[in-house]
Design a protein around this ligand. Sequence first.
Ligand SMILES: [Zn+2]
Length: 464
Amino acid sequence: MTLAHNFHPTVLREYDIRGIIGKTLTTDDARAIGRGFGTMVVRGGGKKVAIGYDGRLSSPDLEAAAVDGLKSTGLHVVRIGLGPTPMLYFTARHLKLDAGMMITGSHNPPDYNGFKMMIGKAPFFGSQILEIGKIAAAGDFATGEGSEETIDIQDAYVDRLAADYDGTRDLNVVWDNGNGAAGEILRRLVKKLPGTHTLLFDDIDGTFPNHHPDPTIPENLEDIIHKVAEQKADLGIAFDGDADRIGAVDEKGRIVWGDQLVAIYSKDVLAAFPGATIIADVKASQTLFDQIAKLGGKPLMWKTGHSLLKAKMAETNSPLAGEMSGHIFFADKYYGFDDALYCAVRLLGLVSRLGELSALRDELPEVLNTPEVRFQVSEERKFAAVDEIKARVKAEEAAGGPEVNDIDGVRVKNADGWWLLRASNTQDVLVARAEAFSPDGLERLKGAIKTNLAKSGIAAPADF
Ligand SMILES: [Zn+2]
């Protein structure tokens, strides 16, 4: 019998493994992912791997199949059961295991599911994910006599989260778990924190009956904004489906975006680590990079993608990094992985010590932003178009034109603000964004994006 296995071509991706249950992702795939990943762990000298799963209906079956696959390579598998992704990362680090695997569809629709992995302290992504496909296609799996145990890590995890709360004034907090995987942990966590806590949708339900668990979409924050007003709360905190991304709302009901949160956290982190490097992705506001510099830190703009940011953080020994999307990483007192529950504890401490969240947010200058605008383009043209635009704006820069950062697509900075065009890693689209100090400036920046796209034969949507 051959164990060779081929995956649906859309499943092994740049940052994670993801598919539609029963269509592109099955339990057979999960078993092969367990075998392929386990093979890489074993061949790297690893012996023990942690595994957990989120609250999606398909997750327990995928986990059981993946455990089978992992054990067949000779690994000892530590099963932690249902919980948020950062609890799995915590388990691997806290128990000093060699690797971790999380079954989660994160913020994707209910019929999706997927896998996030780590080996050692590092995220597992890019060519490593493709390697699983190669091993599986060749049936080149390690084999051995594996074993398993089931543990309860919840108390240790909640204790670790609560240990870094450093508030001085009791807060009134609303939490929106969006029926995601963090529900039980959240219930236990708030019992360990002072103040008043109101929990919305803390029941874990993979059908997501109330709203979708993605706090980057403003409509998903309507419930929490309403509750913050009703409770006259100090702030609201929301999570995505597996709680590796945070969303926040100030006491006035305004959304505080991921890059604004990083600016707020920078205050604390740079007080403890003067001059440290703080990293944010190319989509983040200029006001964040300016604020880091103003606080005496070294701002570093890096590629979008949580695995890339995590890797850059380790390389530069940075104590804090974050993305617009709400993936935020603390390595000053914590492990450097994206844990929205931990981020929440740190935010409560800050707000408790330093004043209301709205005042902290308003220390950043007001700017005008476009949302992320997506331009459909064929897969073949996607990177070529960005390269053409890059060549053009770089030539303009060389001739004395605006400053260009080409770490991930092109980000062009001028007196009006900045604009960004980059190829999506996950879809056949170019993603654009602009940020300006004035409405006229924003129109000029949008005009520059449209002109550059038109020169490469790409039409902007009528409403852009
Ligand atoms: Zn997530």
